[in-house]
Design a protein around this ligand. Structure first.
Ligand code: SF4
Length: 196
């Protein structure tokens, strides 16, 4: 099958994670993976991002499929349930809001910069080695540490799910996937109502 440029976006996802070990400010680039899927689903009403352009989903396919790191089992039914997917999305958004609040506290001077990456919302890993050499406002750095924590945590969860189940099982409960699916469903409903 003919390969397209977007079939290699998994390399970009991998590079993103590696760059976070060298300079935490690269974490800001992860916002692209936040806004582009939402914009594509709002504009087109489709999950084109997930189906074509998501480097992270591709990374799980490559590691779990090509490299055989997945047991290939079916994901349990409860993880497919609406309750779990939306519950996880709500939890994810609350933790994201918490990260934004921490950034605000540093911006306002109420808190000082914490050069740590928090893995799985629990484990604080010292990450001073990735502090930027150039002077960047503390809140800019704090957001980068927080956002990288989100990206690393979701990747680790995705890798665990990949090993235990089928390679792209993370996509079943990925918050971005749940949000874009909800947008597509809303758009499809609106179209149906208009044509009814
Ligand atoms: S569900 Fe998430 S990880 Fe999977 S393809 Fe979509 S955005 Fe990427």
């Amino acid at each position: 099958m003919k390969k397209h440029w977007y079939d290699y976006l998994w390399i970009v996802s991998l590079a993103y994670l590696v760059l976070g070990f060298f300079n935490i400010l690269f974490a800001w680039l992860g916002l692209i993976c936040f806004f582009v899927p939402l914009l594509i689903s709002i504009a087109t009403g489709s999950k084109a991002y997930c189906n074509r352009y998501c480097g992270r989903g591709q990374l799980f396919s490559v590691l779990g499929g090509r490299f055989g790191l997945s047991r290939g089992r079916d994901i349990p039914a409860w993880m497919r349930s609406k309750a779990f997917r939306y519950g996880f999305l709500a939890f994810f958004l609350i933790m994201f809001g918490n990260m934004l609040f921490s950034t605000y506290l540093v911006f306002s001077g109420a808190n000082s910069l914490r050069e740590v990456v928090t893995l799985l919302w629990t484990f604080r890993l010292p990450w001073q080695f990735a502090s930027p050499a150039i002077a960047a406002p503390f809140w800019v750095q704090q957001f980068a540490f927080g956002f990288y924590s989100v990206m690393l945590t979701s990747t680790v969860l995705g890798l665990i799910t990949m090993v235990l189940f089928k390679p792209r099982s993370w996509c079943v409960y990925c918050p971005m996937g749940t949000m874009t699916q909800a947008i597509c469903q809303c758009k499809a409903k609106k179209t149906d109502n208009r044509s009814a």
